[in-house]
Design a protein around this ligand. Structure first.
Ligand code: SAJ
Length: 439
């Protein structure tokens, strides 16, 4: 079967599209392809999510500019419909797979959702269809998991009876629709013709570069780009620890390092959270595991994972200066999201710090203006506490007055994990101050 026929249908927007997994990746791409003029059927296991979508109601929480309006529009126009049933995908010319691909406690990828999707899709896969995995997967997964499962459950052969590719997502919560249009994508196909056909599809919805590649290259690019960032952050964190140990200020050191051509030292901080940076280095390492034992990637993860515990050490030291033991202290954690000005709490450093402090006997109060259970007046959350620990650089916290902190807190202890306070101003205001990377 030639893929040229499919390419013509895609160019004419006559191809029917299926999207498996209607989460923060799948739903925006389904709605955007529908708006571009394709007839899109979304499949999701969660009945209530399917019901909301068919009612034109966006099931994704958080602030996603334009998504709710777009969804209502394409559902009303009949361009997008959702179902829990794979049967409608027998009519799909193109099927995108957007299911979760987590790593477990041993840093091994868990492909339960991906395998289930491939298994169900294989049973209904029509001849000549193009299947594209958008989930982030370890290098080699298309060859070792997706292809064999689709061939076994469909009885069809890749490159002959169906076509296969991977185009890893590059979304960011809070700007899902904008990123989908503005971020370049790597279209990894089972053949150059398939990669070109993928480009023809994404050209309808992506304004940025669409780069053709083979599948393993696409898998490598996505996991490497995030591992790169994790290593860069770990470098900044390790330099910060050394600066503090020798009595220097990492923020001044970083400023001067970055004056050197080609240096772009990132920001040291209280830790590295989110849905992708903590996970993707492990996927990259897993891809090469049979021949390469990754040493740098796990080391960088260890440095970054240790930062919330380092915050606890800074806190214990500052409390000791105030003559208070951590085991009896009342501590206010400022910020629970993983990223500034976001409500996303996945893998947040504070989700590690809070139980760690409680395990040592501290009474922990959490505040976060973006995260529902922890909203409220920040000064109420601080009053009566022996210390404030700044974990997230939310704009709201940048306006906090050190002088008012010193008088509101029961003991004037401030630990700054994101360098939003000037150390001298804090100390001048009477605060016992500790900061990441400041000796
Ligand atoms: N962080 C630091 N120091 C830094 C940068 C980040 O400690 O210099 C921390 C943040 O506080 C956060 C975590 O790392 O806890 C991740 O921050 P992030 O800025 O990398 O944000 P993410 O996790 O949303 O990363 C996404 C990724 N984008 C995609 O996967 C499509 C990443 O590849 C992007 O580089 C990043 O957004 C971005 O630059 O916007």
């Amino acid at each position: 079967m030639e893929i040229t026929a499919l390419r013509r249908k895609i160019a004419a927007k006559e191809a029917t599209v299926g999207v498996i997994g209607l989460g923060y990746v799948g739903l925006p791409v389904a709605a955007t392809l529908a708006r571009a003029g394709f007839s899109v059927t979304g499949v999701d296991l969660q009945k209530e999510r399917v019901g909301l979508i068919n009612a034109g109601i966006c099931p994704i929480h958080g602030h996603e500019p334009g998504l709710a309006e777009l969804l209502a529009q394409v559902v009303r126009a009949g361009q997008l419909q959702a179902t829990t049933d794979y049967a409608p995908l027998t009519a799909a010319d193109v099927v995108l797979i957007n299911v979760e691909t987590p790593v477990d406690a041993n840093h091994q990828p868990r492909y339960t959702a991906l395998k289930a999707a491939c298994h169900s899709l294989g049973a209904v896969l029509q001849p000549g269809a193009l299947v594209i995995v958008e989930s982030t997967i370890a290098p080699g997964t298309m060859a070792s998991v997706v292809r064999p499962l689709l061939e076994a459950t469909s009885g069809r052969k890749m490159g002959v009876d169906f076509f296969l590719g991977t185009c890893p997502e590059r979304v960011m919560p809070g700007k899902l629709l904008a990123n989908l249009r503005e971020m370049s994508r790597v279209c990894g196909g089972d053949s150059p013709a398939t990669a070109a056909t993928m480009v023809a599809l994404y050209r309808h919805i992506v304004d940025a570069d669409l780069d053709e590649a083979d599948m393993v290259t696409a898998e490598l690019v996505k996991t490497a780009e995030n591992a790169y960032r994790d290593v860069q952050i770990a470098f900044a964190n390790e330099v910060a620890l050394i600066c503090a140990a020798v009595g220097a200020d990492v923020w001044r050191v970083r400023e001067l390092v970055n004056k050197s051509p080609g240096r772009h030292m990132l920001l040291p901080g209280a830790g590295v959270g989110g849905h992708c940076i903590p996970k993707d280095p492990w996927l990259l390492a897993y891809g090469g595991r049979e021949r390469v034992t990754a040493r740098l990637l796990p080391a960088a993860r260890a440095v970054n994972e240790a930062m919330p515990y380092h915050m606890a050490e800074l806190l214990a030291a500052a409390l000791a200066d105030a003559g208070i033991s951590l085991s009896t202290a009342r501590v206010t954690i400022l910020g629970y999201a993983y990223l500034e000005n976001s409500d996303d709490t996945r893998n947040s450093p504070s989700s590690v710090l809070a139980p760690h402090l409680q395990a040592q006997g501290a009474r922990v109060i959490i505040h976060d203006p973006w995260v529902a259970p922890y909203q409220g007046d920040v000064w109420d959350a601080l009053a009566g506490s022996d210390a404030a620990v700044l974990m997230v650089a939310h704009d709201e916290y940048r306006a906090l007055s050190p002088a008012r902190l010193a008088t509101t807190l029961r003991a004037p202890v401030l630990v700054d994990g994101r360098h939003i306070f000037d150390p001298q101003a804090a100390r001048d205001a009477g605060l016992i101050f500790r900061g990441v990377g400041i000796g």
